[in-house]
Structures are given as structure tokens and as C-alpha cells.
Ligand binder design. Structure first.
Ligand SMILES: N[C@@H](CCC(=O)N[C@@H](CS)C(=O)NCC(=O)O)C(=O)O
Length: 218
């Protein structure tokens, strides 16, 4: 069955939540329309509310309804495209992937606050706060654990999936702020994982979109 999708997103350079479902749709290679809404403007809330009852992006319009939360959109896509294995097929791995994705969805507030996503920029951050450092330590621990458990495809659960989409904006932040993960216990696997994510076609396409968007505005 062909699905008709409209994804309401914020600025590609800044909207980390928008990036996640966009990556999944792009990865699925299924057609979808983008509905861009600019953030950080006086009329942003009003413009988002025209599409999304939560007043936040992303929101996915599909089959006469609107799904307004990143994780809910990811779950819907996993359900609609079972062959893509956006969650791992193995139940134990799937349970772990869900925990890893949920931890991102509900956590790492300090990292998100102190190091906002800015895909195209390089920014010097001289003083990471203690809480942000704790967040990075935990992310390295999570990634190492996944990559240790036999991730032969280079992604957290081998194939690109929801867990990777959830952490892709974190990889973008680590690049922007030049975070050296070896300072946080990485033995090289996390740095390699970042390179894999940054080399992913969907991630590259999002970055290119962010670059074009910002070029158009300058
Ligand atoms: N829990 C939501 C969070 C979404 C969210 O916070 N989105 C931000 C943009 S990245 C937003 O829409 N902020 C409203 C605004 O900037 O006006 C989700 O998972 O989708």
C-alpha cells in the first residue's frame, strides 16, 4: 500500500527533533512532503499550531491524522515498514534498542541545552558543565555497550534504525562542538560510529538541506 506522508519540520540547521523522523523517512526511500516552519520567530508557535496540536515539531500527517511526537512517529514508521527493521528483529535487541532510544527521548537535557544543534557550524565550547559532561559520559557508555554487542553493520544495532536516528543529532553536536570522545572513555568505537553516522546518505542529505537553507537566508 502506498502511503501519503507530510512531515512538518523546523529549521534543518537547528531542529534536532525534526531531523530524526526525516532521517527515517529518507532512509525508507518513501516519498513524503516536507512542510517547513521557521522556529525562533514571533509567529513560530502560531505557525506550528496550524499543523501540530502540541505546538511542537515534528508532526507527521498520515491517513487523516496527525502524529506529533518523534518517538510516536518512529513507532508508526516501524509498524508501516516492517521489512526495514527500524527496530531490530530479535526481541532482546529490540527491547534494548527501545531503551536506548527512549533514554535519548527523555534524557540528556543538559547536553541539549548547552550544546544546541547547529549542523553547519563549528563552535568552540571551552567550559562544558558538569551535567553536560555526565550526559556525554553516559552516551559514550550506551554507544560502547551497543557497539560491543556485535554491531557488525557499524550502527548501534547493526543496520541503520530508530536508535541511530535518535542519536544522529547528538553526533551532529559532537561534530559542531568538536567534542573529543576519548576524554569521556571512548576507546575509538564511538568516534568510528560518529564517522559512520556522518557518512550515512540520509544524514548527508539533511546536512545539505541545512546548508542550503542557511545559504538562502544569508
Ligand atoms: N517531545 C517532542 C519534542 C519536540 C520539540 O521540542 N520540538 C522543538 C523543535 S526541535 C519545538 O517544536 N519547539 C517549539 C518552538 O521552537 O517554537 C518530540 O519528541 O517530538
Amino acid at each position: 500500500m502506498d502511503h501519503v506522508f507530510e512531515l512538518v519540520i523546523g529549521d534543518k540547521n537547528y531542529s534536532s527533533w525534526s531531523m530524526r523522523p526525516w532521517l527515517l523517512l529518507h532512509h525508507l526511500d518513501t516519498p513524503f512532503d516536507e512542510v517547513p516552519v521557521r522556529l525562533r520567530r514571533e509567529d513560530s508557535r502560531q505557525n506550528i499550531l496550524a499543523h501540530s496540536p502540541s505546538g511542537k515539531v515534528p508532526a507527521l500527517k498520515w491517513s487523516g491524522t496527525t502524529v506529533w511526537d518523534t518517538l510516536a512517529i518512529a513507532e508508526l514508521l516501524a509498524e508501516l515498514f516492517p521489512d526495514a527493521e527500524l527496530w531490530p528483529d530479535d526481541p532482546v535487541q529490540r527491547a534494548r534498542a527501545r531503551a536506548v532510544a527512549a533514554e535519548m527521548h527523555s534524557g540528556f537535557a543538559s547536553l541539549r541545552d548547552q550544546l544546541p544543534m547547529d549542523c553547519i557550524s563549528t563552535i568552540v565550547c571551552r567550559d562544558l558543565g558538569l551535567q553536560t559532561a555526565h550526559d556525554i559520559l553516559r552516551i559514550v557508555e550506551v554507544w560502547m555497550d551497543c557497539l560491543e554487542a556485535g554491531s557488525d553493520g557499524g550502527f548501534l544495532f547493526s543496520r541503520f534504525g530508530i536508535a541511530d536516528a535518535m542519536y544522529a543529532p547528538v553526533v551532529s553536536r559532537f561534530k559542531t562542538y568538536a567534542i573529543d570522545l576519548s576524554d569521556f572513555g571512548d576507546d575509538g568505537r564511538c568516534a568510528e560510529y560518529c564517522r559512520t553516522v556522518l557518512g550515512n546518505d540520509s544524514v548527508k542529505a539533511w546536512f545539505e538541506g541545512a546548508r542550503l537553507e542557511m545559504t538562502d537566508r544569508s
